[in-house]
Design a protein around this ligand. Structure first.
Ligand SMILES: [Zn+2]
Length: 265
């Protein structure tokens, strides 16, 4: 009996140790900023202003010693909106070597999310199958930034094309959620933090708050009905989990996370 009790104590101590070792944190990296024409982001003529500030965000999720990057921004120098400080340098500022990144999740195949995959040599690429198929098709699907995936394809790096949701670490702490519409394989990222609670990163399921609230659809999206269904999925998750929704391109959402290099916990 005594032995059984001490075994239980030892096991629970081990369990709490492993939980303590696997704290999850979320950091936002500045991957650029610029202006965009909001009229492109409505197929119902909802906006009349000519420009609106856009931000380009990349994220780092750490779980214990494992590192995942979510979206990798524009390639520096490729467009005026790109941040000229490379992603690998930003990672170094938070003591992460690009080669040590275990997973890179990509919301979708557009150039402003896929420009800096090259330095993440040893990561497994997690991407919706609809987008991976679009990149690897002959000819590639319109809007797919094939150049961003050049090393991945040439060097046969690890890739897992996702047909559904993906529980990245198998414990529900970090989940890639299928949300097609903007592109055929678009995904969201749900990160469950101990102090801040669940955080839902939008990818480009929506580009700014008004389109989230009014379920607005950009005229260039892949599928209108899927877009609206994905926005509704986001809203239900926000409600059910009391999640913080972060719209990656909306500068008004930057302040929802601590300023770099600090991390949300
Ligand atoms: Zn985008």
């Amino acid at each position: 009996m005594k032995a059984r009790i001490s075994l239980a104590i030892a096991l629970s101590a081990l369990f709490s140790l492993s939980v303590a070792a696997q704290e999850v944190t979320l950091t936002r990296l500045d991957c650029g900023s610029g202006q965009n024409d909001p009229r492109r982001f409505t197929d119902t003529f909802a906006y009349t202003e000519l420009t609106r500030p856009f931000t380009f965000s990349c994220y780092v999720v750490r779980r214990g010693s494992d590192v995942m990057v979510w979206d990798v921004g524009y390639l520096p120098g490729s467009v005026p909106s790109a941040n000229n400080k490379p992603l690998a340098d930003l990672l170094k500022q938070i003591n992460v070597n690009a080669e040590d990144v275990k997973f890179v999740g990509i919301s979708h195949f557009h150039a402003d999310h896929t420009g800096q995959l090259a330095p993440l040599k040893n990561a497994t690429l997690l991407i919706g199958k609809g987008d991976w198929d679009g990149i690897t098709a002959t000819p590639p699907m319109g809007g797919a930034n094939v150049k961003g995936f050049a090393e991945w394809i040439a060097e046969k790096r690890k890739v897992e094309p996702l047909t559904g949701d993906k529980d990245v670490f198998g414990d529900g702490s970090v989940m890639i959620l299928r949300s097609p519409g903007h592109t055929p394989g678009h995904s969201l990222l749900l990160v469950r933090l101990k102090e801040m609670g669940p955080v839902l990163l939008s990818g480009d399921a929506v580009h700014f708050r008004e389109n989230y609230e009014l379920e607005g659809v950009p005229s260039f999206n892949y599928d209108r009905a899927q877009t609206i269904a994905s926005i509704q999925r986001m809203k239900q998750i926000e409600k059910n989990l009391k999640a913080t929704v972060i719209i990656q391109h909306d500068p008004r959402d930057i302040g929802k996370l601590p300023a770099f290099p600090a991390a949300a916990k």
